[in-house]
Design a protein around this ligand. Structure first.
Ligand code: FAE
Length: 536
């Protein structure tokens, strides 16, 4: 434990000083020298799967280089803040956009939420693919910089149904506990929740759900809940209570740069290169790989394009990023052995958002913590399983709105094709495919509205729809475990090439996915290091 904290401390110091000095490369001690163009192992991306992989490679003594297309977020800008506020965003909010694209498009049909901004390497991306947009985190830490911090372990029977070839016993005995410990998962004190002004909104939703006979549950979090209490007491600067979430939290959030990535750097064997995008993968005759890497400045100008060599290549660029790299490699003939399964089995985790209007005598509060703590668990429903989280609407005004992110069981899957004109992966997903999710969410919220005499809000998503299913926070699949890869993420058709992220999961986890992605990465990398890298 002492060496773990020392490692974490060393890593966090390295992250802090690299940012202060304006360096894009972060390392502790002698780890793969800056300027070198080769390393025994490369990890693409710095999200959950990537961070686990880098830590375990570093611990095994294997010099490892990580490439992350987003920037490092670890020191304040000239306004004293690292991340910009949600209600007055600037370029730091989004990845090269001229205007913010928040999920909640309007209030009373007015676009009160979005603002014009300068294009910059901001922390949240919205990738548009026709009828489906995908929200992603960009930066050292990937999705952990912007997500709702809800750290949910799926029910065992649900996990076993989704990934039947994985030994569930081993996952629940070893890898889920390992993942939650390293991620710093904590759970709210129910007594504090009961008395907190900032969770009035969640208590109002809980009462409405319980009146309809539904079960509610607390949702574990990787936001530091001790810090949250101190925010409410006025002892520390506010973050969750200051409306910070989607564009990053200046305090309180246990993002990966404070956990797995800090530990990985602290091994002394891991180097992170921020603002470095891997654009192509090519095999060499000796079985190693050459990557093409584009380095940019935070304004998007290309600084250089260089080649980098490695023997073991781990793809942790997220469902969209990893799938695109592999699809491009297959379709351009660079990696001709890749299977037809690349690009298949993609899903939205059944995401749907919905808002309800409460009665005037049930105000939801002007102060709302951005960190969700409560879910309505109707996953046992035989016709329409739903796990609906109560999410905040932190606009600083009384709105009487209850807002939810519903996770549903949607069997529909999308797939990707390669578009040679734009050299990118194109998602094939139609609006119709979201209908099973909408039906399930509607069944649950009709029941709540009926019993409580309440109605849907139709003014939140830019038109008059009550159910928003045109975006997902939870993209999953594209290189599914046991189909595009073997049972441990080794990509079929090419040696020493691995998928380590959410692409492995076939479209659904039934709960928020990052704990599952983390635990699966822990399981897979343990096997891969033992069998493929021993003696490297
Ligand atoms: P991910 O975290 O997406 O990391 C991929 C990284 O690779 C990113 O940093 C990319 O910038 C980088 N990258 C991509 N392409 C390249 C390239 N070519 N070269 C270099 N770098 C590249 O991957 N999940 C939960 O469990 N609980 C929640 O409360 C929750 N809330 C969410 C809220 C929002 C707004 C969002 C966007 C997501 C949320 N999620 C939540 C989903 C969760 O963050 C997501 O499943 C994980 O981050 C996915 O982890 P991966 O390791 O797959």
């Amino acid at each position: 434990m002492a060496s773990l904290s020392r490692r974490r401390f060393l890593g966090m110091s390295a992250l802090g000083s690299a940012a202060a000095l304006g360096l894009g490369s972060i390392t502790v001690g002698h780890a793969a020298a800056r300027g070198s163009d080769a390393a025994p192992a490369v990890v693409i991306g710095t999200g959950y799967g990537a961070a686990v992989t880098a830590l375990r490679l570093g611990e095994a003594g294997i010099p490892t280089v990580m490439f992350e297309m987003g920037r490092l977020w670890s020191t304040p800008a000239s306004d004293g803040r690292m991340f910009c506020p949600m209600l007055s965003p600037d370029g730091r909010a989004m990845w090269f956009k001229h205007r913010t694209e928040a999920p909640l498009a309007s209030l009373l049909w007015l676009d009160l939420v979005n603002r014009d901004i300068e294009p910059y390497a901001g922390v949240l991306d919205r990738v548009r693919h026709g009828d489906m947009s995908v929200y992603l985190g960009r930066g050292v830490g990937g999705g952990s910089l912007v997500n709702g911090a809800m750290a949910v372990v799926p029910r065992r029977e649900n996990f076993a149904e989704i990934l039947p070839t994985v030994d569930a016993g081993e996952m629940y005995r070893t890898y889920f506990p390992r993942a939650t410990a390293h991620l710093g998962v904590n759970t709210i004190d129910p007594a504090w929740f009961q008395g907190s002004d900032a969770y009035r909104y969640a208590r109002v939703s809980r009462a409405a759900a319980q009146k309809a006979g539904l079960r509610t549950t607390f949702v574990p979090s990787v936001y530091d809940l001790d810090y949250l209490r101190r925010e409410e007491n006025g002892d520390v600067p506010r973050s969750a209570l200051a409306g910070e979430l989607l564009y990053g939290n200046n305090h309180g959030r246990r993002s990966l740069d404070k956990t797995y990535l800090a530990e990985a750097l602290g091994t002394g064997n891991v180097t992170i290169h921020a603002l470095h995008e891997v654009t192509a993968i090519a095999p060499e005759p000796d079985g190693s790989y050459t990557l093409t890497v584009r380095e940019i400045d935070p304004h998007g100008t290309t600084i250089r394009v260089a080649e980098f060599h490695t023997r073991h290549l781990f793809l942790g660029a997220g469902s969209l990023g990893t799938t695109e790299l592999l699809l491009r490699a297959r379709e351009t003939g660079a990696l001709p052995g890749l299977s037809e399964e690349i690009g298949r089995g993609w899903g939205t985790n059944g995401n749907v958002m919905v808002g309800r209007a409460n009665h005037l005598w049930h105000p939801t509060g002007t102060l709302q913590s951005t960190m969700p703590m409560l879910g309505i668990d109707d996953w046992s429903n035989p016709t329409h399983p739903v796990f609906a989280e109560v999410v905040p609407l932190p606009v600083g005004l009384e709105t009487w709105i209850s807002l939810y992110l519903a996770i549903t069981k949607n069997p529909e899957r999308g797939h990707f094709s390669y578009d040679s004109a734009t050299d990118s992966a194109r998602l094939h997903w139609t609006a119709d495919q979201a209908q099973p999710s909408i039906r399930a969410a509607k069944a649950l919220f009709d029941r709540i509205n009926r019993v409580n005499g309440t109605v849907y809000r139709h003014d939140l998503f830019g038109d008059t729809r009550a159910f928003e299913s045109r975006f997902t926070y939870h993209p999953l699949g594209g290189a599914v475990l046991g189909k595009a890869t073997d049972g441990y993420g080794r990509v079929l058709g090419h040696r020493n090439l691995y998928v380590v992220d959410g692409s492995l999961i076939p479209g659904s986890t039934g709960v928020n996915p990052f704990v599952t992605i983390t635990a699966l990465a822990e399981r897979n990398v343990e096997r891969v290091i033992a069998e493929d890298l021993a003696g490297s």
